[in-house]
Write a protein that binds this ligand. Structure first.
Ligand SMILES: Nc1nc2c(c(=O)[nH]1)N[C@H]1C(S)=C(S)[C@@H](COP(=O)(O)O)O[C@H]1N2
Ligand SMILES: [Mo]
Length: 166
C-alpha cells in the first residue's frame, strides 16, 4: 500500500483524519482494546473502538451512516451508525504484528461484536470489512456492494478462496 497512513476518516466530521499506526496508538486509553480476543474470539491483537475513531475525527451529529471502504478489492458497506456505534471495532495489529499484511486483511479490519450471519441482516458478517482503509460518515445511506443474495455471496466466497483469503 502506497499510503503512509492506515485509515482515513472523513465525511460528516469536523476534523477529517488520516491515521497512521502511531496516531491510532495515541488515541485515549479508554478506547483501546489491547486484547481483541475478548471481542473477537478468532483474533489476537490490538484494536480501537469505533467510537474512539469517531471522537478523534469529531463526528458531526448529522452523521447517520457508516461507510466502510476497501480499495484493495473494491468492497464497500454502508450501515446505520446507531447499530454499530457501541459494538464496532477496528483491528490494527494481529498476532503481535504490525502492520497487518494483506494476507491477514490489512491495513485494518472492521469487526462487529455479535454480528449476524451473512445475508440475514444489515449488521452481518459481510459488514466485517477487511482491507479497510477508509471510513466515511454520511447523512444518507451510501454505496454498498455487499452480496445481495446467497448466490452472490457464494460467488464472493469462491473468489476469496481462489485468492487464498477467508
Ligand atoms: N474487503 C472485503 N471485506 C469482506 C469481504 C470481502 O470480500 N472483501 N467478505 C465479507 C464476508 S462475506 C465474510 S464472511 C467475511 C469473511 O472474513 P474472513 O476472511 O476473516 O473469514 O469478510 C467480509 N468482509
Ligand atoms: Mo460471508
Amino acid at each position: 500500500m502506497a499510503t503512509d497512513y492506515l485509515i482515513r476518516v472523513d465525511g460528516e466530521v469536523q476534523r477529517p483524519r488520516q491515521l497512521a499506526f502511531e496516531d491510532l496508538l495515541a488515541i485515549e486509553e479508554a478506547y483501546q482494546i489491547d486484547d481483541v480476543s475478548q471481542w473477537a474470539e478468532k483474533y489476537e491483537g490490538k484494536a480501537i473502538r469505533l467510537d474512539g475513531l469517531l471522537a478523534a475525527a469529531r463526528i458531526k451529529p448529522t452523521a447517520q451512516y457508516l461507510g466502510l471502504h476497501s480499495s484493495h478489492d473494491d468492497f464497500h458497506a454502508s450501515i446505520p451508525l446507531k447499530a454499530v456505534r457501541e459494538r464496532g471495532i477496528v483491528i490494527y495489529s494481529l498476532d503481535g504484528r504490525y502492520p497487518l499484511t494483506v494476507e491477514s486483511g490489512g491495513p485494518t479490519r472492521f469487526y462487529i461484536r455479535d454480528h449476524a450471519a451473512c445475508n440475514v441482516d444489515d449488521i452481518d458478517e459481510c459488514a466485517n470489512v477487511k482491507f479497510l482503509d477508509h471510513i466515511e460518515l454520511t447523512v444518507e445511506r451510501g454505496f454498498d456492494n455487499r452480496p445481495e443474495d446467497e448466490d452472490e455471496h457464494a460467488q464472493l466466497h469462491r473468489e476469496q478462496d481462489q485468492e487464498g483469503l477467508g
